[in-house]
Each structure stands twice: as C-alpha cells, then as structure tokens.
Ligand binder design. Structure first.
Ligand code: NAD
Length: 252
C-alpha cells in the first residue's frame, strides 16, 4: 500500500529559506509533497530551483520578518498562489552578523535589531498566517530557537535572550491557538555548520563536538526530520514543546 507523503497537498512557509538550515527545511518539505513558500529578505534562487527540481511547487516571497506589513503581504501571496497555509517555519534570524561581545559592551542598537528580527519577527509571521489557519481550523507553527537559550553561552546575551523569548513565546502561543486547531512547537538546534557559523572559533566547534553523545558535526539536514514530524499530522497531539536537536549534548 502506498502511503501519501507527510505533507501531501499542504502549503508551508519557511522564512530565512535562502540558505543554511532554512534551505534544508524547504527541501525537506518539498520532498514530503508540500508547496513551499521560500521567504527571505535576500534572493533565494538556489532554494527555489532545488525545490522545483524535486517536482514540488515553490513560491519565492521577499520578506523582512521584522516588518509587520511585509509579513502580511507574504501570507497574502502564499494564499493567492496556493489557496491555503498549513505550516509556518519561523527560521529567519539575525544570527550570522552576531559578534561575540561582553554583555556590558553590546551596542543597544544591535540589541534592538536582534529583538526586532528574532522575537517580533516570529510574532509578526504568526499573526500573518493565523487567519488562514483559523479558517481551516488547522495548522502547525515550528519556531527555531537555539540550544543556547537552554544552556547559556557567554558573549551572546542579546542572541541568547532573543531565543529564550522564542521558547517562551512558543508555549504562550500554543495555549492561545490550540482552540483553533493550531499547534506551535520549537526546535532548539545545537551548533550547526552553515555559512553563518563556519568562521566561529575552531575551539568552540571542537568543544561542542566533544560534549555530544553523537560525536560528529551537526548539519542542517539533522534538523529536518524533527521539523517534518512537528509540521505533520504525526504530531497532531503535540503542542508547546521544545525539542533539542543537538546530538545529545544538552539533555533537556
Ligand atoms: N547554525 C547554527 O549553529 C544555529 C544554531 C542554533 C540555532 N540556529 C538558528 O537557525 C536559524 C538558521 O540559521 P542558519 O545558520 O541557517 O543562518 P543563516 O544566516 O545561514 O540563515 C538565516 C537566513 O535568514 C534570512 N534573514 C535574516 N534576517 C531576515 C529578515 N529580517 N527577514 C527575512 N529573512 C531574514 C537570511 O537572509 C538567511 O537566509 C536561525 O534562526 C538561527 O538562529 C542556528
């Protein structure tokens, strides 16, 4: 018997899908039969081409998640093209640019920008998709935080605090949207090798590697299975949960 793919006929928006982890999520959704909205502040031709190469449909939308009007327009375009929105992966973040800085030296303007993108951006995108999800009485939101929100990390207080807010927001939102059939969960990745992290100190990378139960580099693909599960009906009774995916370093 042929079972349909996990996300057959569904539409999933992935923010920050141009590169890295977001690109892996977009490809994973495509492989499971979803129409994929490839949303990013920058161009995402590579992701769109890769999604289409799987036979799935892709729609590129330029979005700045920190701008409410821009996220609303993203949802409008998604519905105009695919008629529905079933999933949202809040992956975009101010991350690559974050510099290791003693907390007393953090530039307040950078602190504010991180919160605008990483916290307000998640809120904006959730608000933008809610009308479509409420209408169909179903939907799944998957937020991407970080294991540093659970374990701490010196030199990144602004980023750590923003991802901590994402963990808390996920729980608050789950309690609020459950009545509409919508679930909301959060993945906390460990240190993943992407273009954003390749230049982080080597000692750092090695210390993460040594501390893991599964002692190897973490790749974007390592996060995809968990996201697909949370987006799909397999997780139909799972909401408000934090799933740490880091090879067994932090056991939360
Ligand atoms: N790489 C890691 O080690 C790691 C670890 C834990 C959590 N994370 C989280 O995973 C996610 C992806 O990380 P990555 O390593 O792939 O980073 P990345 O920098 O490669 O990708 C981030 C994407 O988000 C987009 N983006 C940035 N600001 C945006 C905005 N305002 N609006 C729309 N798009 C925007 C960027 O253009 C980029 O394509 C982030 O949420 C990050 O915080 C990463």
């Amino acid at each position: 018997m042929n079972t349909p793919p996990l996300l057959d006929q569904r539409t999933v928006i992935v923010t920050g899908a141009a590169t890295g982890i977001g690109q892996a999520f977009a490809l994973g959704c495509a492989a499971q039969g979803a129409n994929v909205v490839v949303a990013d502040i920058g161009p995402a031709d590579e992701t769109v081409a890769a999604v289409e190469a799987t036979g799935a449909k892709a729609l590129y939308v330029r979005v700045d998640v920190s701008d409410e009007a821009s996220t609303r327009e993203m949802a409008v375009q998604a519905r105009a093209r695919f008629g529905r929105i079933d999933g949202l992966v809040n992956n975009a973040a101010y991350f690559r640019e974050v510099k290791l800085t003693d907390f007393e030296q953090i530039d307040p303007a950078i602190w504010d920008r991180i919160f605008q993108v990483n916290v307000k951006g998640v809120w904006n995108c959730c608000k933008a998709v809610m009308p479509a999800m409420r209408e169909r009485a179903g939907g799944s939101i998957v937020n991407i935080a970080s294991v540093v929100a659970v374990a701490g990390q010196p030199g990144y207080l602004h980023y750590v605090a923003s991802k901590g807010a994402v963990l808390a927001m996920t729980k608050g939102l789950a309690k609020e949207v459950g009545q509409h059939g919508v679930r909301c969960n959060v993945i906390a990745p460990g240190f993943v090798i992407t273009d954003a992290t390749r230049n982080r100190p080597v000692e750092w990378q090695q210390s993460f590697l040594k501390a893991r139960a599964i002692s190897r580099e973490q790749r974007p693909e390592d996060l995809v299975g968990t996201a697909l599960y949370l987006l799909s009906d397999l997780a139909g009774f799972v909401s408000g949960q934090t799933v740490v995916v880091d090879g067994g370093h932090i056991m939360y």
